[in-house]
Design a protein around this ligand. Structure first.
Ligand code: NAP
Length: 250
């Protein structure tokens, strides 16, 4: 795989899966436009990539709002003049029973996990159309498949919506040579799952349901994302692909 000179925008790249995706693209020669909502984790990530000989720049923006997305994309174009690949990775996952879920948490989840990818897809999609093509990968979740997840109503709804957006974007943007796919991770060892992973009984129950008997690591997700962005995947669009050790088989 070689992404030399490709410009890749990754949202939520300061930590976890997004950070791993950023490192992976940088190792393969891409110019990484790394986004996060604050510089706290983003700056060290970008610094580490550049120190290791890669090319990365930080673009702090709240992707749940349209104007910051437009401003961020303008800044990337000023710096690198194009965007070849968009990875919609930023996400939030509030836990609460449906009957107790705060309306603010509901709205925030939909704004970050679903409206954010809509804004980035629209703004970056127009640029890709002018450029003659591009690739978009949305990080959804197995929670967005038929599977669901208890006490995560806003998260499940947002990820099911994101898979729907993926399919519609793939249908509408194919004529511009833009491919759009979703990656659906299972339980991955990141900050997002750190609290839950302290519950040994819960982890044991998860492992019972995973044929490969292990949790995923961010590199497992990054590997699939990289593949989907290569020409080897040029006939794949509109798909939602699980990376979960076999937990969900649909
Ligand atoms: P994470 O460790 O919580 O990282 C998410 C990153 O997104 C954080 O740096 C976060 O910043 C950033 N972010 C949140 N809201 C943002 C916004 N409005 N604008 C820009 N950046 C924002 O999560 P992760 O585990 O790496 O998950 C990455 C993606 O994979 C998410 O979409 C998640 O739903 C999905 N996923 C994860 C798992 C899993 O088991 N970990 C499973 C399935 C799917 P702050 O920390 O400052 O909020």
């Amino acid at each position: 795989m070689d992404f030399t000179n490709k410009v890749v925008l990754i949202t939520g790249a300061g930590r976890g899966i997004g950070r791993e995706i950023a490192f992976s693209f940088a190792k393969l020669g891409a110019r990484v436009a790394a986004n996060d909502i604050t510089p706290i984790n983003l700056d060290p990530t970008v610094q580490q990539i550049n120190t290791a000989g890669g090319i990365a720049a930080d673009f702090v923006a709240d992707i749940s709002k349209k104007m910051p997305v437009q401003a961020m994309v303008s800044q990337i174009l000023e710096q690198w003049e194009r965007i070849d690949i968009l990875i919609n990775n930023a996400g939030v996952e509030p836990h609460a029973p449906l009957l107790e879920l705060d309306a603010w948490d509901w709205q925030r989840t939909i704004d970050v996990n679903l409206s954010g990818p809509f804004y980035t897809t629209q703004v970056v999609g127009r640029i890709m159309r002018e450029q003659g093509g591009g690739v978009i990968v949305n990080i959804a979740s197995i929670a967005g498949r038929a599977h669901g997840l208890k006490d995560r109503s806003s998260y499940v709804a947002s990820k099911m919506g994101l898979i729907g957006l993926t399919r519609e974007a793939a249908r509408e943007l194919a004529e511009y040579n833009i491919r759009v796919n979703a990656v659906c991770p299972g339980v991955i060892e990141t900050e997002m799952t750190a609290g839950l992973r302290q519950n040994e009984a819960m982890v044991a129950k998860w492992l019972e349901d995973i044929p490969q008997s292990r949790l995923g690591d961010p590199q497992d997700v990054a590997n699939l994302v990289l593949f989907l962005c290569t020409d080897a995947a040029k006939y794949i669009t509109g798909q939602a692909i699980n990376v979960d050790g076999g937990k969900v088989m649909n």
